[in-house]
Design a binder for this molecule. Structure first.
Ligand SMILES: *[C@@H]1O[C@H](CO)[C@@H](O)[C@H](O)[C@H]1NC(C)=O
Ligand SMILES: *[C@@H]1O[C@H](CO)[C@@H](O)[C@H](O)[C@H]1NC(C)=O
Length: 196
């Protein structure tokens, strides 16, 4: 039994140690996620823990050039992280995860962490950013499929509520993100909601 005063972040830490460092049970659908060390990410200045499972996924685009290889995606993500940490003074890259045009998922602020992507929603949602500008073009099938697979992984890990809802950043904040074309794409996804 967990005593009532046991801090929930310690509980999360011990659970995450069990699940993520031993990882014989790592679901197949989660394989291949590129971690912070893989893209050369900086260590966060501070970390805030979110209560999981979160109920919302908020989709963004990064409005950077697209990337087609792991090395170019890594350079782009390091640039986003530098901008978020050094200019915007976030504790880390703001998104929880990013989706590369190379079909890889990249760890950002990561699992059960409070990102900095959508004011008012950060502690209750996972911010998922597509690398590129999707105002006038859609992401490739490869990039879209990677994102869908990742969402299934997040459910399998218990990070995301099975009955989660998904929406675009523009529905809850003053931004064009995730761009007109990506927004019309996610409107067709099963978990999309018009009214977040
Ligand atoms: C994103 O794409 C749109 C449409 O092509 C363009 O008007 C806009 O300037 C682009 N944004 C940036 C920051 O490049
Ligand atoms: C799932 O979410 C929808 C919409 O938020 C809600 O109407 C429904 O009752 C939920 N179902 C479960 C099993 O929680």
């Amino acid at each position: 039994m967990v005593t009532p005063c046991f801090p929930s972040f310690l509980l999360l830490l011990s659970i995450s140690k069990m699940v993520y460092s031993t990882s014989p049970d790592w679901p197949e659908v989660c394989e291949g996620i590129k971690m912070r060390k893989d893209w050369g990410g900086r260590i966060p200045v501070a970390v805030d823990y979110a209560i999981v499972p979160v109920k919302y996924v908020i989709v963004h685009h990064t409005v950077t050039p697209e990337c087609e290889t792991e090395s170019s995606c890594a350079i782009t993500i390091r640039g986003i992280q530098d901008f978020h940490m050094d200019t915007l003074e976030f504790h880390d890259v703001g998104y929880n995860f990013l989706v590369g045009g190379d079909g890889n998922i990249y760890e950002g602020a990561s699992w059960h962490k409070v990102g900095a992507h959508t004011r008012g929603y950060n502690s209750r949602s996972m911010g998922l950013a597509f690398i590129g500008n999707f105002s006038s073009k859609k992401p490739s099938v490869k990039q879209l499929e990677a994102a869908k697979k990742f969402l299934n992984c997040a459910v399998e890990l218990g990070e995301l509520d099975r009955n989660y809802t998904l929406f675009g950043a523009r529905q809850v904040s003053a931004t064009a993100s995730p761009g007109n074309q990506l927004f019309s794409e996610i409107k067709t996804w099963k978990h999309f909601t018009e009214s977040p």
